[in-house]
Design a protein around this ligand. Structure first.
Ligand SMILES: *[C@@H]1O[C@H](CO)[C@@H](O)[C@H](O)[C@H]1NC(C)=O
Ligand SMILES: *[C@@H]1O[C@H](CO)[C@@H](O)[C@H](O)[C@H]1NC(C)=O
Ligand SMILES: *[C@@H]1O[C@H](CO)[C@@H](O)[C@H](O)[C@H]1NC(C)=O
Length: 319
């Protein structure tokens, strides 16, 4: 009876002691590993994750281990392990696949107690909590570093379905009002923001934007009144996708205007009859009528193909 009671007390004491020890170790370890650091970088750029011993002692013969703490989706990852000169980039195995060939330490910095690493070409999935651990020091030291990789706008049409491919730009009409450009965006989901810009990337808001949508296809037209190069920029905010294309309008198209070229661009609804379906296709017809008093008229009258349009008109008549 008495013996078992004593045993019980001893056990209790032991566990209390053990608990205290663990607590001390945790608190101490955390304190030793100086303040938590957050590193923020843009996607595709390099990130330096800092980790230095305050003593600045030479750590060339030490062991340090960089781990990516388990995220919601999985288990912890081995990022970089250094053991007295042997590490993942010179023969040691065990590095997580996603970090292979992308993580490097700074050999020259080791003598100053600096175990920082650099992650090249960061991806969004690199975001998360990392620890840098010196497991063999008298008091094990752990540093906590949070990495945030921010998404940038870039062409993701190869990686994400619904990310719009390069838009298709055409000159649809040349009128007395100017040259009418059209930007066609295909298969875009979520809904894109489509914008025309001049060569200096200033946005050119269409006064009456003709924005049409048919099952993920969008068209935005722009009337321009002077020669130059124009961009159509397609952005899908939610997926940080961006694609763009450029079209240049030559001076020639405007020369015609001064001698009263009367070109009308029209939208013609055509019927294509299939065996079972009736599809409405549309084509552009251009009726080019040139009345140029100063003699330039022969241009279009006799050689309509010289009209510098990017578009292949379905019907080209001169009268
Ligand atoms: C450790 O080395 C990295 C890479 O050279 C450097 O950016 C960082 O400032 C160094 N840290 C310290 C505390 O010197
Ligand atoms: C562009 O020009 C066409 C004539 O070709 C005109 O009908 C249309 O309203 C113009 N659009 C804008 C936004 O000025
Ligand atoms: C969108 O455009 C593509 C290419 O022009 C075409 O194949 C597709 O049928 C279009 N989708 C709709 C719904 O109009």
């Amino acid at each position: 009876m008495l013996v078992s009671r004593l045993q019980g007390t001893a056990l209790e004491l032991l566990s209390v002691c053990f608990c205290l020890l663990t607590l001390t170790a945790i608190v101490f370890g955390h304190e030793q590993g100086s303040g938590d650091v957050t590193v923020v970088v843009k996607e595709d750029s390099d990130a330096v994750l800092p980790c230095s011993l305050s003593t600045k002692e030479n750590i060339e013969s030490y062991v340090f281990d960089w781990i990516k703490v388990a995220q919601k989706d999985g288990k912890k990852k081995e990022v970089f392990f250094y053991d007295a000169g042997i590490h993942y980039n010179n023969g040691r195995s065990g590095q997580s696949e996603e970090f292979k060939g992308r993580v490097f330490h700074f050999p020259v910095e080791l003598q100053y107690g600096n175990a920082s690493i650099i992650i090249r070409k960061t991806k969004v999935t690199d975001s998360g909590d990392y620890t840098c651990v010196f497991p063999r020091l008298q008091t094990r030291q752990t540093f906590h570093i949070k990495l945030v990789v921010e998404l940038i706008f870039k062409d993701r049409s190869r990686d994400i379905s619904g990310a719009a491919p390069k838009p298709v730009l055409t000159i649809v009409a040349v009128t007395n009002f100017g040259v009418q450009l059209q930007c066609d965006v295909r298969d875009a989901s979520p809904e894109p923001k489509v914008e025309w810009q001049d060569s200096d990337a200033n946005s050119l808001p269409a006064e009456n934007p003709q924005f049409t949508e048919r099952g993920g296809n969008y068209s935005v037209t722009l009337n321009v009144t002077k020669a130059g190069c124009f961009h159509c920029v397609v952005k899908q905010e939610e997926i940080r996708h961006m694609s763009e294309a450029e079209i240049c309008v030559s001076e020639k198209l405007f020369e015609g205007m001064s001698c009263k070229v009367n070109v009308t661009g029209g939208l013609v609804g055509g019927m294509i009859l299939g065996a079972l379906t009736v599809a409405i296709a549309y084509g552009f017809a251009l009726w080019i009528k040139t009345r140029c008093s100063n003699g330039a008229g022969k241009q279009s009258e006799e050689n309509p193909s010289e009209v510098p349009l990017n578009l292949q008109p379905t019907a080209l008549q001169s009268s």
